[in-house]
Unconditional design. Structure first.
Length: 192
């Protein structure tokens, strides 16, 4: 059982893929007490985007097991769903136009890393919004800076999720695995 925050951060694989994030510093009292309170705190647009993504996954799975014709239908429906996902992603990004987005360096089921020119304070809490472009989904959660390291380029921050819905954690894990698959395919293509 992981006991330190660093061990909690290391519990899940981190994929090095850049994604948009919006972080907003908060006071500890602003973090919801539990997942039920978190559920009420999540903007409806975030819930809608993730519900659409989940529905697509479950609806297309049975079609892929059928004949070749069903496979073509599944591909067509997947493309239609992708169009809806792109529109939702655009709307979600517009929703956060008042807060500038940053690019996370890596992400996974336990948190993400973020480069900045100036250091954030270790222990600082944040309201976090992560935008998974390839999954056309967005995650709304809370996190805390657990580690800060520096080099000549700036400061690398490890941000551990302190409160995230389990289905969103699963989405992050799935997204990180999909990202790793994309990276491996790209590497194989470059070698050939």
């Amino acid at each position: 059982m992981a006991t330190s925050k660093g061990e909690l951060f290391a519990e899940f694989f981190q994929v090095q893929e850049s994604i948009d994030v919006v972080i907003e510093a908060i006071e500890p009292k602003q973090v919801p007490n539990d997942t039920d309170a978190l559920e009420h705190d999540i903007p409806s647009l975030f819930r809608l985007a993730n519900e659409v993504s989940t529905l697509e996954q479950s609806a297309l799975r049975p079609l892929r097991l059928l004949s070749e014709t069903a496979s073509e239908l599944a591909q067509y429906l997947s493309l239609q769903s992708r169009k809806i996902d792109l529109i939702l992603s655009h709307i979600l990004m517009q929703e956060n136009a008042d807060h500038p987005s940053e690019r996370a360096h890596s992400y996974g089921g336990s948190g993400f890393t973020l480069w900045r020119e100036s250091a954030l304070e270790r222990g600082q809490g944040f309201r976090c919004k992560l935008f998974l472009e390839h999954e056309a989904a967005a995650i709304y959660c809370y996190g805390e800076v657990i580690d800060v390291s520096s080099n000549e380029e700036g400061f690398m921050h490890q941000i551990l999720f302190t409160l995230v819905r389990e289905q969103d954690r699963e989405l992050l894990v799935r997204a990180s695995l999909h990202a790793q698959t994309r990276q491996l395919k790209k590497r194989n293509q470059q070698q050939h």
